[in-house]
Design a binder for this molecule. Structure first.
Ligand SMILES: CC(C)(COP(=O)(O)OP(=O)(O)OC[C@H]1O[C@@H](n2cnc3c(N)ncnc32)[C@H](O)[C@@H]1OP(=O)(O)O)[C@@H](O)C(=O)NCCC(=O)NCCS
Length: 162
């Protein structure tokens, strides 16, 4: 397997993987995610590619691009409550359905860790949707720990609990 940073000609294939993630999100959280993969979403990867604060890592096996990760350097300024926070955020992450459970995701994370270390980041962060238990099992398997949660309480139109 070869893990490297993307070149522009990879982005079409990266979009095919982004579409898989979008479909998963639409299925798991239809009240939040918009169905389909419009041009706006397709074009987003080119904006990411050109942003100096973001990098796209890709995994290749036997000449097939089978996984990717979007890495984003994020600086959250100091607030009255919190210290300044500087981290490498994994914004998007996917392994092609046909290549899962073959160590591709693990290899991508190893690449991201090495990059984070080389660049002097002290932590890697990501956020994910709670319904996505497979992703959680994966992230925990490669060493991530939950440090914060988003909670929701659905309320019906008359204000009562559903
Ligand atoms: C989550 C995902 C990235 C995992 O990638 P992967 O290449 O299949 O992961 P690996 O093969 O490296 O798995 C490493 C370990 O993680 C755990 N793991 C991975 N997928 C799992 C699953 N579906 N269920 C339970 N554990 C899982 C296992 O412990 C696995 O080791 P094992 O196969 O020896 O049991 C992949 O399933 C995926 O792309 N899913 C759809 C997109 C997505 O959810 N992205 C993340 C949210 S934005």
């Amino acid at each position: 397997m070869n893990i490297r940073f993307a070149v522009e000609s990879d982005l079409k294939r990266v979009n095919a993987l982004r579409r898989q993630v979008n479909e998963l999100h639409v299925k798991g959280k239809p009240e939040i995610f918009k169905p389909g993969f419009p041009k706006e979403l397709e074009d987003h990867v080119y904006t990411v590619f050109r942003d100096p604060e973001q990098r796209i890592a890709v995994a290749e096996r036997d000449g097939a691009l089978c996984g990717f990760a979007v890495l984003h350097h994020i600086v959250r300024p100091e607030t009255p409550f919190m210290k300044v926070r500087d981290c490498l955020d994994i914004d998007e992450f996917c392994v092609d359905a046909a290549f899962r459970r073959q160590g591709v995701g693990t290899a991508l994370i190893a690449f991201v860790r090495a990059y984070a270390k080389e660049r002097g980041f002290s932590r890697i962060e990501l956020n994910m949707w709670e319904f996505n238990r497979d992703a959680l099992a994966f992230y925990e398997a490669v060493g991530f720990k939950t440090y914060r949660r988003y909670l929701e309480l659905p309320v019906s139109e008359n204000g009562e609990e559903r």
